[in-house]
Design a protein around this ligand. Structure first.
Ligand SMILES: Cc1cc2nc3c(=O)[nH]c(=O)nc-3n(C[C@H](O)[C@H](O)[C@H](O)COP(=O)(O)O)c2cc1C
Length: 324
């Protein structure tokens, strides 16, 4: 079985992470990931208030006695959520690890560190990874251009980004973006990472709390079926290609501004129409290029087991057989 220093530092069996996912990172999925021996993150801002996050953490604890974490995504916003209050709930609830993302975590680090919460910081560039390491985080999760959600503006795919980061990062580092199977895990290790983070692949599992149509669409989709929205606004997001995301790209490419797409991209629209009601053309939903490698909707346990077993086989049989 593949075991790395990530497993030792973060207290998990497999070097596999389920990153924070707005509307998807709820107790059902995170507990299944934890029970499978991987590291799952509840998504703080999926919960409408910090009190609801405390309840969701408690609900997750009822479903697993294994460690799990909380993702705190800090994004620029006109009316920011009460980040400090969410952060305090994370610390007070005794969760062992937080995944910070979206912004420099400096403001929140002293509270996490004082509360004994390990910090896995997710970022999309080598310079931000180096900065976070200097700030004293416990691990880095680095997202290549392939990823669902926000890939940043540098457009560096994992094949270059991960080894470039590995040259500068000494703490445990997780490769993210485009990973979905054992081949990805073994490749990430070869590139210098200590494990993988997956978002899209975990959406297409039995336990993910999203409509069956979304999972089926992921199985049908190819690696070409994503769109990059908000490019002209320099706030790029990779989402599933559908009538709404293609319209957003066309409006912004045609010189439109955020006001012109505000209704189309509304988070609640994607959440209710797509993720809950199953209308895959009803709004925006995050998905990565790895859709092209997703061919089934297994349970989380089956998925993690399969990746662990096949990685073992790939290293021992195929790779070891290539050297003499
Ligand atoms: C539906 C969905 C929602 C996501 N929401 C968030 C989020 O709220 N915060 C965050 O840091 N990352 C978010 N992500 C990104 C994932 O945590 C992860 O970094 C990314 O999916 C990795 O790329 P992959 O999809 O190719 O595995 C989301 C991804 C998906 C698929």
């Amino acid at each position: 079985m593949v075991r790395t220093r990530f497993c030792d530092v973060f207290g998990v069996e497999h070097p596999i992470v389920q990153g924070g996912m707005q509307w998807v990172g709820r107790a059902e999925l995170v507990a299944a990931v934890a029970n499978a021996g991987a590291l799952g993150f509840l998504t703080a801002l999926t919960q409408p208030t910090p009190e609801d996050l405390a309840k969701e953490i408690a609900r997750c604890r009822e479903m697993t006695d294994k460690p799990f974490g909380v993702n705190l995504t800090i994004l620029p916003s006109i009316n920011p959520p009460p980040y400090a209050e969410y952060r305090d709930v994370i610390v007070e609830s005794g969760v062992p690890v937080v995944e910070t993302a979206g912004f420099n975590p400096a403001e929140h680090l002293p509270t996490f560190q004082g509360g004994g919460v390990k910090v896995l910081h997710k970022c999309t560039s080598v310079r931000h990874a180096v900065k976070a390491q200097e700030l004293g985080v416990d691990g880095i999760s680095i997202d290549g251009f392939e990823c669902a959600g926000h890939p940043g503006e540098d457009d560096i795919p994992g094949l270059v980004l991960i080894p470039a980061a590995a040259e500068r990062i000494d703490i445990p580092m997780i490769a993210s973006g485009g990973f979905g199977d054992a081949r990805g895990l073994v490749a990430a290790l070869a590139l210098g990472a200590d494990g993988i983070n997956m978002g899209t692949r975990f959406v297409a599992t039995q336990e993910a709390p999203v409509h069956e149509n979304v999972k089926r669409r992921m199985v049908e989709a190819t690696e070409r079926d994503t769109e990059l929205i908000f490019r002209p606004l320099r706030n790029t997001a990779r989402v599933a290609s559908n009538t709404v995301s293609r319209e957003v790209v066309s409006i912004l490419d045609g010189g439109g501004g955020f006001e012109d797409v505000r209704d189309l991209v509304a988070g609640n629209r994607g959440r209710t129409k797509v993720l809950e009601e199953g209308d895959i053309d009803g709004g925006i939903w995050s998905a990565g290029m790895v859709q092209g490698l997703i061919h089934d909707v297994p349970t989380v346990a089956e998925l993690v087991r399969r990746i662990a077993d096949e990685a073992d086989e790939l290293i021992r049989a195929r790779l070891a057989g290539l050297v003499n």
